[in-house]
Design a protein around this ligand. Structure first.
Ligand SMILES: *Cc1c(COP(=O)(O)O)cnc(C)c1O
Ligand SMILES: [Zn+2]
Length: 402
């Protein structure tokens, strides 16, 4: 395996054992816990100038802090996305500054590419020929794209309600699409049944140790783009929490390496129609309780994750960073997407706008103040959700009699 100098192995977040990344590829061989890449930080010699002197061209510019070197990466130039100031939104919220981290600019239009570049790089190094996962949609499209990039086969399980674009593009990339009746949990069961028979390489959320790892670069980029100022709040549309957990890890690393002072408050935004993380946070629990499939009343597929296995890591990150969690109704979320499209010109994904609607609520509750710098993660491009956004506009016009 071709790894970076400082990468020392994979630590189990449950039993604490460290494993060699050559042999441990997914969950903990001893207890089944999530594995987290570990580093010898004394081997990492970076400063602000190290990064400032390099082109802002892909997340692999941070490979000193990643498991794999840039030369080995299965990459299409993912990451290095714009951080766009939103003065009108800041005024409307009554906060100091708002920035949108525009992950819609990634190769397949979402930040899932940041995770899949890590997962497929690992898969290639382990000699895999076929990758597989169940997904709400975007991760499957991305995994099929990165598999194509490196000449592997991809099998993708999605629920019927997944988006047309995501389903179609899996096939366009040459992947095998499996559509399952029911919810993402049913797609997960069908995937698991097949995986019992195959030795395919999983690229599923928190099954591969590398998706949250390469997503931590969203935080590195954000603070670098803010001239190393730490934002007061980072609001993230949360399903399984991969990006949130990754960004929190990234913030702690930069702090411990002396590149930033302090941690940004991490905020999990969910749709009220499927909000297990918000519920656990509000009740002061350290783990979520699964949201019943029948109780899923949101149409925002990307964050409708009823049973997020990494909720203890998410809740820890919220606690440790002095952040929080907030749920918004679908209508408020879609309104926020439309407002941003009309006042800032930026195209937020329907799911992603949970971050904006959540930030409005946090500002209303004075959790965010008039001097605060707030970063919203636009995890995916608005044009992947045109149907949802346009039909919301149609409903509003109908209701107002226009
Ligand atoms: C997957 C996805 C999310 C949620 O990401 P998690 O890591 O599962 O929390 C949010 N927005 C979009 C557009 C997504 O595709
Ligand atoms: Zn373990």
């Amino acid at each position: 395996m071709e790894t970076t100098e400082a990468f020392v192995g994979l630590d189990c977040i449950d039993c604490g054992e460290r494993f060699d990344a050559e042999t441990a590829t997914h969950r903990c061989p001893d207890c089944g816990g999530i594995l987290d890449p570990a580093y010898d930080y004394d081997q990492i010699d970076v400063s602000r100038e190290t990064f400032e002197s390099e082109p802002f061209d892909s997340l692999w510019r941070y490979d000193a802090l990643l498991p794999f070197p840039r030369e080995s990466a299965v990459s299409m130039g993912e990451g290095a996305t714009p951080l766009v100031e939103c003065p009108n939104l800041a005024d409307a919220m009554g906060v100091g500054e708002v920035y949108l981290k525009d992950e819609g600019m990634n190769p397949t239009g979402t930040f899932k590419d940041r995770g899949q570049t890590g997962a497929l790089t690992a898969a290639a190094q382990h000699g895999a020929e076929t990758v597989a996962l169940n997904t709400a949609g975007n991760a499957g499209q991305s995994s099929a794209a990165y598999a194509a990039r490196t000449g592997m086969d991809a099998h993708v399980w999605m629920a019927e309600r997944a988006g047309y674009t995501q389903k179609a593009m899996v096939e366009v990339h040459g992947g095998e699409l499996h559509i399952v009746e029911g919810e993402i949990t049913d797609a997960g069961a069908a995937y698991a049944e097949r995986m019992d028979e195959e030795d395919w390489y999983s690229t599923k959320t928190f099954v591969t140790p590398y998706r949250h790892e390469t997503k931590k670069t969203m935080l590195y980029e954000t603070v670098e783009q803010l001239d190393w100022e730490v934002p007061d709040a980072v609001v993230y549309p949360t399903g399984g929490g991969v990006g949130l957990v990754g960004m929190h890890k990234g913030a702690k690393e930069l702090r411990d390496l002396g590149l930033i002072d302090g941690l940004p408050g991490m905020y999990a935004a969910q749709a009220a129609g499927c909000a297990p993380v918000v519920e656990a946070w509000e009740q002061g629990e350290s783990i979520h309780e699964a949201w019943g499939d029948e109780e899923i009343t949101t149409i925002l597929n990307g964050i409708a994750v009823p049973d997020p296995g990494a909720s203890p890591m998410i809740l820890d990150a919220l606690e440790e960073s002095d952040g929080g969690a907030v749920a918004a109704a679908d209508e408020a979320i879609l309104d926020a997407a439309v407002e941003i499209a009309q006042t800032e010109g930026l195209e937020m994904g329907a799911t992603c706008a949970a971050a904006a609607a959540g930030a409005f609520d946090l500002a209303e509750e004075d959790e965010l103040g008039e001097d605060d710098t707030v970063v919203l993660l636009n995890t995916g491009a608005g044009n992947k959700d045109v149907d949802t956004l346009r039909s919301h506009l149609g409903e509003r016009e109908f209701e107002s009699g226009e």
